[in-house]
Each structure stands twice: as C-alpha cells, then as structure tokens.
Ligand binder design. Structure first.
Ligand code: GLC
Length: 659
C-alpha cells in the first residue's frame, strides 16, 4: 500500500459547495504541495460567485458548480509547472493582452508552415512573426475535424486530438512552449456551438442513447423547427439553407445552424457545459493561452427570437471563464460574435457581467466601417456609429482587424445610417456592389458570398489587397492607382493598429496578397469562395521583400513593421484607454482621440485619394498645438500650412501627441 495522503479541508468557505464535491476536490488536490492547494482554494473563493450565478440558467447551479470545481481541481493538479508559473505571472500582470506591444497574426498551419511539416513547421517559421513584432498567433482550427467537407475545420470530430496531418497533442504542447519562449501567445479556436456529426456524442445520439440525444436539439417532426424557423435567419442560405436537418438514423430533425454536418450543441443541458469546460481545461494544459469562442452568439435558443445574443450566452460565458480562471488563469477568452453594434459590447460584459465574460472580442463594426469609409470616401457614418458603441470594461480589449478568414457581412445598423441621412439597406447594397466590382468607379475585386435573394443581403469575400484595389491597379498597369491601393491598405492597417486592443493581421495581408486564383481547385473548397482570401503564404515573396523595395508587398510590409514599432512605444494605445472617433472638420478625415494621463493622442486618417487639411482649431480643441506635435508614424513633426492647418496627403494617417 502506498502512503496515504491526508485530505486537508478547504481553507475558505464556498457557500453551498456540495459536500461530495468538496471531498472530491480535496482528493484531487491531495498530492499537491500545501501552497498549491491553498492557491487553488483561494482562486475558487475568488471566482465561486461568478461561477454559481453564471450557472443559474440550470435547475441546480450548486451541483453543477461542484462538478465543475472537481474538473478544475483535476486539471489544476495535472497542470505543468511552467504553466503554473505563467498563471502567477498573468495574475500579476492582468493587462498583459491590453498592452500596445501586443500584435496578432492569424494563419492556417498548413498554409503557413512548409508543406508537410505541420505544427513543428510553424515553430521553424517563428522568425517571420518576430520580424513583424507579433506576440499572439491564432492558428486556425487544427483539432481533428470530420473528413472534408468540414467548414475549414469548424466541424470538430475530436477535441482531444490534433489533425493527424498536422501532428499530435504533444506537438501542440511543444509548439505552444516554443512560441511562449519567443513571447508569442498561442490562440486556438474552441468550436463550442456545434460538433461534427461524426463526433462521438453525435454518434451515440444516433445510436439511440438518450443521454447523448440530449446533447443536441432533436425534434421528431417539423412542429418545433417550423416554430423556430419563423424568426431564424439563415447563415449559409446558398449551401446550407434552413436551420434544421433531417437525420435518418436519429429519425428526427436536428438543429444545424451552419452546415448540415455541424450539429448545434444543447447548452441548456449542464452535461454539455461540463464536457466543454473539460475540453477548455485540457487545451489550457497544453499551453494554449487564448481560446476563440467560435460562433458564441448562437449558443442559446429562444423561440420568437433570432436565437443569437440571448442573455444566457453571457451567463454561460461568465461561468466558463470562472472555471478557467480557477484552474488556469493564464487562459483568456476571445468572443467571435459577428453581430450588430448594439449586441457586440455585451460580449465584453455589460451590466452584471461587466468584465466577467470574454476578455477579448472581435471589433466587427470597426472592420466594416473601415471598408465603408474607403468606398464612400466619407467618415460621417463611421464617426457616428463607432462613437455610439459604449466604452468597454477597462480590463478588456478589442480584437481589431482589417480582414479575417471569413466573408464580410455589412453589419451597418439602420438607425446609425438614418442618423446620418443614409438608408441602411441602400448603403449595405452599395457596399456589396462596390466591393464585388459592380459599381462605377469601384477599385475592388471581391466575390459575392451568400447572396440571400429573400433579404437582399449579400456578403463579400476577398483579400484585403484585392478589396483595396491592388489587383485592379496591377492589371491596368496604373502606377497612380497602385499607389492609392497601397495607401488604402496602409491606412486600413493604421486604423486597426491605432485603435487600441490586439490588432490581428490575417496571413498574407502583410505582403498585400491578392485573392488566390486557384482557390476552387481543392474539391471541398469549390463551393465556398472564402477560400479566395485564405491563400498559402507566398514565402518566395516574403524572402524577396528586400530585393524589390518598391513592390506593393515590400511597401505594405515595411509600413506595417514601422507602425508596429511606433505602436509599441505609445502608452496611449493601451487598451484600457478608450478611443473616441469623431469628424475632424476636414471632409473624409476621421479623428480618433485617446485621453491618456500622459496627454492626448490623436489619430487622423484621410480616407480619400486627395490632399486634406485638418483645421488648426480642431486640433487645438483636442488639446494639441499643431506646432508642438509629433507624428509617431513618421517620427517627425507633421507638415503645417501657413494657416496652421495640418496637411495630409492621399490616404495618409498620423498618430499625434504633444512633442
Ligand atoms: C465562425 C467561423 C466560420 C465558420 C462558422 C461555423 O463564424 O469563423 O468560418 O464557418 O463559425 O463554425
């Protein structure tokens, strides 16, 4: 018989922690040194109330909380020493992800690493990330998906293994460690709204196991589906119409918001919550530092609504975050909620959830408004719409981006449009036509994605460079237009990097990659033109940047690197400082003012291909004297006219502070 370890009682009181769970937690912690046990209980005390109130969506929140604390204790006990150190470090520096030197990059493993090298191959190419100043790497879905088609990996068949062609869970752990040693935090997707129909839970459900049938929304006939459909939109009207799929083996309709092979999980079932919490803890123990909560908006269903952004979504996120904080506080959550401006801030915590849900969230509105400004050469709508978004909790940060791997949906609110004398429907239609090249004077080369004839809604695919006009200008051999297109890209990046939060560069955008002309040659991609803007990174171009300094790739890459450096030196860009967008008095020039204890930082962005003059009075109103400012993007004082106005060239951005 081995030595018997005494189970010491909890040093803190957790109201209503069931006795059996308290005992089980004690047993799991027993092998740990005393200081580790104490730390666990102190964290449990710190996050217990968040956990229990989050779980109030369930009939018996304390029992579920007890189960979760057991899972947390097991994960904590199995967590590697270096990750425990990371936990302490992050708790001492809770603003680690808010700092101005944070820069993100997102890529597919196999489209970034050399062919066939998988996860170890990413580590071999960490230099490119370091050269760019990247501190955060989002690798696109890499857990084992169903066989193709699998929505680019967003149909997960096993959350506990890596796609075999990319490596193993050990490779994942090694990569996370290598990245961390290079000051890069690894972000992975947590696809939590749905699983692949091949996932073992779905397989068990199909085989008739009632326990697993309850993991999904399963209906014997159309009564309930029809009642829900009355108010449900369609995410993929082209290739996956409707939100329910008939499954022969289930002999029932199953909820499938996205593709027919992606089965929505029933988050109203606490077993689903516990399963996912355990998946989260396992990924955290492999060294993942950020989890992207994929399609989080859809996780709670309510009849009579669009089944997005329901209050329970935020309650459940709060509870998930509490579990993660107890076992692995180095882990933070990033909400992928591509929703309208009014719903967006809730993902960073409003009201009772202030600062208690996701730490990061995609600033979808900023992305949309950047493209809207570039098409219209007007900042009125953007200034109004972005200014109306409430301040986010000072402990959170936006993920800002010019492009991501998805299509662009024109999330422009009708009320915002009306407030600036625009018609929302018309403006969205204009943007769709403009960016797919179907508008007189358009510079863009985008593709139509999911044209919904019923609603008129039309989304757009295309790389940042193709949307900004690089492709057209190159085809026409027009140098002037090429300069404009490069200017637009750099201006877009300046807005993204100058907003505060973590700017994420989509792989290929750093070298102005165009749409992939061969995107549809992979059979399972042929239906989905989002693959046009997910090209494999062209390493020949990366390696030759120095040889052709005048190429769009070199100009964009150089510009980006300079911005990243400037950004890192500006405390004003800490995410806890809010950004106030406003018109500048110069048509087509957006101002973004940040009031920091060190003084104001003023970003000004000319979204037109013409010279513009920002009046001296406007700058003075922000507390800056045009003769005593420094533009951190050039490192020099900005040009000032004889009337003291600031002169901006076409598509010029400035980041100004007092000298
Ligand atoms: C997210 C992903 C998208 C995917 C969808 C379904 O929106 O970004 O690519 O199609 O979720 O998982």
């Amino acid at each position: 018989m081995g030595p018997v370890t005494a189970v010491t009682p909890s040093p803190v009181s957790l109201p209503d922690l069931p006795v059996a769970s308290a005992r089980a937690v004690g047993e799991r912690l027993a092998p740990l040194p005393a200081h580790r046990r104490t730390t666990f209980w102190l964290r449990a005390r710190r996050w217990w109330d968040d956990l229990v109130t989050g779980l109030e969506v369930y009939a018996d929140p304390h029992t579920v909380a007890g189960r979760l604390l057991e899972l947390a204790a097991a994960a904590y006990a199995g967590r590697a020493d270096d990750l425990h150190v990371l936990d302490e470090q992050r708790l001492l520096e809770p603003d680690w992800f808010q700092r101005p030197d944070m820069v993100g990059y997102a890529a597919y493993t196999e489209r970034y690493a050399a062919s066939g090298t998988g996860l170890p191959g990413v580590a071999e190419r960490v230099d490119h990330l370091r050269d760019l100043g990247v501190t955060y790497l989002h690798l696109m879905p890499l857990l084992e998906p169903r066989p193709a088609p699998n929505d680019g990996g967003y149909a997960v068949a096993d959350y506990r293994s890596v796609r075999p062609d990319l490596g193993t869970m050990d490779d994942l752990r090694d990569l996370a460690a290598t990245l961390r040693a290079n000051r890069v935090s690894l972000c992975l997707d947590l696809v939590l709204n749905h699983v692949a129909q091949e996932h073992e839970w779905a397989v068990a459900a199909r085989s008739g196991d009632p326990h697993y049938r309850d993991y999904f929304y399963v209906y014997a006939d159309r009564t309930e589906p029809d009642a829900f459909e009355a108010t449900l939109p369609e995410v993929f009207p082209d290739f996956a119409p409707g939100n329910f799929t008939w499954d022969e083996e289930l002999s029932a309709w199953v909820w499938t918001t996205f593709n027919a092979y992606q089965w929505d999980l029933n988050w109203a079932n606490p077993d689903v919550f516990c399963e996912m919490a355990d998946v989260i803890l396992n990924l955290a123990n492999h060294g993942v530092e950020v989890l992207r909560l994929d399609a989080i908006a859809f996780t709670w269903k309510r009849k009579g609504t669009n089944c997005q952004n329901q209050p329970e979504v935020h309650q459940l996120t709060q509870a998930l975050r509490a579990v993660a904080r107890i076992a692995a506080p180095a882990l933070v959550f990033k909400a992928e909620a591509i929703v309208g401006p009014d719903d967006l801030v809730h993902y960073l915590g409003r009201g009772v959830h202030h600062g208690k849900v996701s730490d990061l969230a995609y600033h979808n509105s900023l992305m949309v408004q950047i493209w809207s400004m570039l098409a219209s050469r007007d900042v009125t709508l953007a200034a109004h719409a972005l200014a109306r978004i409430p301040a986010i909790p000072s402990t959170t940060a936006w993920i800002t981006y010019l492009r991501c791997h998805d299509d662009i949906g024109w999330a422009i609110d009708d009320g915002d449009a009306a407030a600036v004398q625009l018609n929302g429907y018309e403006h969205r239609g204009f943007l769709s036509r403009f960016y797919t090249g179907d508008f007189e004077g358009s510079f863009a080369d985008g593709l139509v994605f999911q044209h919904n004839l019923a609603t008129g809604d039309m989304r757009v695919s295309g790389s940042a460079a193709s949307l900004a006009g690089v492709g057209r200008a190159l085809r026409d051999g027009d140098r002037g237009r090429l300069d404009d297109a490069v200017g637009r890209l750099l201006l877009g990046h300046a807005l993204v990097l100058g907003w505060g939060g973590i700017p994420v560069i989509w792989s290929g955008d750093e070298i102005a990659a165009l749409n992939d002309p061969h995107w549809d040659e992979v059979a399972e991609h042929a239906e989905d033109n989002r693959w046009a803007h997910r090209p494999a990174l062209d390493w020949d171009v990366v390696d030759a940047l120095a040889d052709d300094p005048g190429s769009p790739a070199a100009r964009v890459c150089r510009g980006l690197r300079a911005m990243v450096r400037a950004r890192a030196s500006l405390p004003h860009l800490h995410a806890s400082v809010s950004a106030h967008p406003l018109p500048t008095g110069a048509p087509g020039v957006l101002g973004v003012v940040r009031q920091h204890p060190l003084g104001a930082m003023v970003g000004i962005y000319n979204v037109t291909e013409h010279d513009r003059y920002v009046p001296a009075w406007w700058l003075a109103a922000q507390g800056l004297d045009p003769h005593a400012v420094l533009d951190h993007l050039t490192g020099a004082p900005p040009p000032v006219t004889e009337y003291d106005d600031l002169r901006l060239a076409a598509y010029q951005a400035m980041w100004l502070t007092a000298r």
